[in-house]
Design a protein. Structure first.
Length: 197
């Protein structure tokens, strides 16, 4: 018999490879979460196709259709609410969210994956910055979303070595492999804290 599961809403903007890792994890009977909905701010995001193939409902809310962040976020809240998400998972969602949106869902109900070992390299171009600084290790972090970008409590991290001949592209590929392991692990860890004991 399948165990109890929390509802996830996964927000994407692009190809959705981390979404696919979550889809695959949620297919396991013993995984404590299910994806209730996938929402994208871009109608042509390949992640929507991944969701549809897996039979997951999808929503598209384009930021271009709204005059500013507040109405855009209000439209997302309206679209997600019927799915009763217990946890919001940002998986390559390329919009900065306001404290109002983050707080709407309650404390520690939104997580994000970031391609660096936070608190190092918040923001963009993480791989190139690590290489430029002569670091010997890179990786990824899954963290709770806080109003300040990339600053929420860390749930899990995965490390990869930086090779002397690495480019940002080769490093990104190796980090992505670890992202696909880290995100389901983090969701599982958080889900177990949200389910009744």
């Amino acid at each position: 018999m399948a165990s109890k599961k929390i509802n996830l809403a996964v927000l994407i903007s692009g190809s959705g490879s981390n979404l696919q890792a979550l889809i695959d994890a949620c297919a396991r009977d013993d995984f404590p979460a299910r994806i209730a909905v996938v929402l994208s701010n871009k109608g042509d995001a390949f992640g929507l196709t991944r969701a549809q193939k897996a039979g997951i409902p999808t929503e598209v809310i384009s930021h271009k259709d709204h005059d500013g962040r507040a109405p855009f976020e209000a439209a997302i809240i309206k679209a997600l609410t019927p799915y009763a998400p217990d946890l919001i998972c940002l998986a390559g969602f390329m919009r900065i969210l306001t404290p109002h949106f983050i707080n709407h869902w309650g404390a520690q109900r939104m997580i994000n994956i970031h391609p660096s070992l936070l608190p190092d390299y918040k923001g963009l171009n993480t791989h190139q910055r690590a290489i430029d600084d002569g670091k010997d290790t890179a990786g990824c972090t899954v963290h709770f979303v806080a109003p300040e970008v990339d600053s929420g409590e860390i749930i899990t991290q995965k490390q990869v070595p930086i090779h002397p001949d690495d480019t940002a592209e080769t490093l990104a590929k190796r980090v992505l492999v670890q992202e696909h392991i880290a995100y389901p692990e983090a969701v599982e860890r958080v889900a177990k804290t949200l389910l009744p004991q």
